[in-house]
Write a protein that binds this ligand. Structure first.
Ligand code: BEZ
Length: 212
């Protein structure tokens, strides 16, 4: 199994989920997507993670992002656990959780890291663009719950830089100045970015976020 790298087409699959069978590419449609794995149902960190994702539904919708979770637990387990998540996290899980009992998807996406745990998936994240290409991968260990604010921030950067000739600097947050793409000469950048271009160095040019 080859590693999944940035720019690759996200491998397609069909799988059972808590919301019925999913053909991944069809399910994504024209949306962006997040496919993320967690180690196991009925575990504390995972419960808080999936509750957090459910609470961020509006934020994902605003960004045209569909979310799907995965673990190697079965469908009955997922359905029972969802009730617990809803109850304890005061939310409603409204995204599918893939029941990957045969590890087909986990293996396809290299979500089991045997030197961490031979049976359970780690906390993998794949962000997929509306062109079905992998835009970002992150891997966390079981002991560390993910920061979903960071995922929203990354999606904002990915979507901004997909449509504008800019990049986002360290610790950037939406609304802050961005970097002009190195490929654009400064005189051309001044034509494109009408809000102004500040040349700190010939290779470091800042401009206000262009789509505000
Ligand atoms: C958790 O979600 O709390 C968890 C799962 C597996 C190992 C450690 C923690």
């Amino acid at each position: 199994m080859a590693a999944i790298r940035l720019g690759d087409i996200a491998p397609n699959f069909t799988a059972q989920s808590s919301e019925g069978e999913i053909d991944f590419h069809k399910w994504l449609g024209n949306s962006w997507g997040i496919l993320f794995s967690h180690p196991a149902d009925y575990t504390p960190v995972c419960t808080t993670e999936l509750g957090t994702v459910a609470k961020y539904t509006e934020e994902f919708n605003k960004r045209n992002v569909k979310v799907v979770a995965l673990s190697v637990d079965g469908l009955e387990s997922h359905l029972g656990w969802i009730k617990d998540i809803n109850e304890t996290q005061n939310t409603t899980v409204n995204f599918p959780i893939i029941a990957d009992e045969d590890r087909k998807v986990s293996e396809l996406y290299d979500m089991i890291h045997p030197n961490a745990d031979s049976k359970l998936t780690v906390r993998s994240v794949f962000i997929i663009g509306d062109d079905k290409k992998v835009k970002l991968t992150i891997t966390y260990p079981a002991s560390t719950g993910r920061n979903f604010d960071e995922l929203l921030r990354v999606i904002d950067s990915l979507q901004l830089t997909a449509y504008h000739k800019v990049a986002t600097p360290a610790n950037w947050n939406p609304g802050e100045d961005v970097v002009v793409s190195p490929a654009i000469p400064t005189d051309k950048a001044k034509e494109i970015f009408t809000k102004g271009v500040k040349e700190v160095k010939p290779y470091l040019r800042m401009t206000p976020q262009p789509n505000l």
